[in-house]
Ligand binder design. Structure first.
Ligand code: KG4
Ligand code: ZN
Length: 342
């Protein structure tokens, strides 16, 4: 069985061909980072226009890599939630068109569940039941995942997402977009304890939520002081930059690790799956590994290439195919997060 999976939820145009045995026959990701860099973040209108131009060439290339034609496919899967409305629409319309033209079943993919499923792709074995942590540019969510189709949202950020905090702090520090890799690079050799930055909600053991906006503001106050917003005059020495970047990175990592392990303790689950762009962060991976060893937890972190947005993680569609969960051609996009979903 071969499924074409499409991903256009934010600023990556991606397509992959995957099999029911989770082999990846082809995978293409066309990044738009270059288009958004000068704005310091994703501009939705630019993203959707770029998707329109790129989606069919990306599909063609994925099929070519896989050595298959549309006639060899058994289904088309597409991310329809959550994401930017204009971006999601491009993928959905492309998927519906292919399904209508080739009389193929349509499968809906939840982008956040797919980020968790990215862990299944590399593990080569079952990863469910597990606690799923998704830390990306748009979301920071914790799930109880009873199975690949049973996700229960346990906690989420109440303001900025972890990746968004990386991107915004990077902009303050004069580092390029996307901010995560830029901050990680700047933090090399920095002193993680040089600046005392807040870890919001970490002491609150009654909730699994995150908050990163206070941390962002705390970094800002280190740079310009309350009430000022002009970062143009800020001059940091290389050491100060490394120390501030490392202190910020450590604060985000502390929050993610603390809540993920709180979730594990409270649910009694012993497997942790971590995905989303921030999961590519080396310090986070190190800390998760150390903590998992200490606590006897089986840890799966998505391969770095499958942390940031891609269509391979859309292989979660194989699970829906097996369960016979297909959609009609009136399937719509759902840009916002639905608190519980399955
Ligand atoms: O999952 P993703 O590709 O897109 C969304 O679904 O949002 O995540 C993108 C986010 C960006 O905010 C980016 O700065 C962050 O992931 N990111 C990282 C790293 N690589 C990407 N954050 C921290 N460390 C990294 N190495
Ligand atoms: Zn994502």
């Amino acid at each position: 069985m071969k499924i074409l999976t499409l991903e256009t939820s934010c600023d990556e145009t991606a397509a992959a061909v995957v099999t029911d045995t989770l082999d990846v026959l082809g995978s293409v990701v066309a990044s738009q980072d270059d288009l958004h860099r000068r704005f310091g973040g994703v501009v939705p209108e630019i993203a959707s226009r770029a998707h329109v131009e790129r989606i069919m060439p990306v599909v063609d290339e994925a099929l070519r890599q896989a050595g298959v034609s549309l006639d060899d496919l058994d289904a088309v899967a597409v991310v329809n939630t959550p994401g930017l409305a204009g971006s999601l629409l491009v993928g959905l319309v492309a998927a519906k068109t292919l399904c209508a033209a080739k009389n193929l079943p349509l499968i809906a993919v939840n982008h956040l569940q797919a980020h968790v499923y990215a862990c299944r792709m590399a593990s080569g074995r079952e990863v469910f039941p597990c606690v799923g942590l998704v830390a990306s540019g748009g979301h920071t969510n914790l799930y109880r995942c009873a199975g690949p189709l049973e996700f229960e949202l346990l906690g989420a950020t109440i303001d900025d997402a972890a990746g968004e905090a990386f991107d915004k702090v990077a902009a303050m520090l004069g580092l390029p977009y996307p901010g995560g890799p830029a901050i990680a690079e700047a933090a090399r050799g920095g002193n993680r304890r040089a600046y005392a930055l807040p870890r919001a909600l970490v002491q609150d053991e009654d909730r699994f939520d995150f908050s990163f906006s206070g941390l962002k503001t705390a970094v800002r106050y280190q740079l310009v002081g309350p009430g000022k917003s002009d970062f143009g005059d800020v001059r940091l020495s290389p050491r100060q930059l490394a120390d501030l970047a490392a202190s910020f990175e450590e604060a985000v990592v502390d929050c993610l690790v603390a809540k993920a392990f709180l979730c594990l303790r409270r649910t009694g689950l012993t497997t942790l799956c971590v995905g989303g762009g921030v999961a590519a962060n080396r310090r986070l991976r190190e800390r998760l590994e150390a903590e998992s060893q200490r606590e006897g937890i089986t840890l799966y972190v998505a391969l770095p290439l499958l942390c940031t947005d891609n269509a391979v993680m859309g292989a979660i569609a194989v699970e829906r195919f097996r369960a016979g969960r297909f959609e009609n051609l009136d399937l719509d996009i759902v840009p916002g997060v639905v608190r519980t979903s399955s």
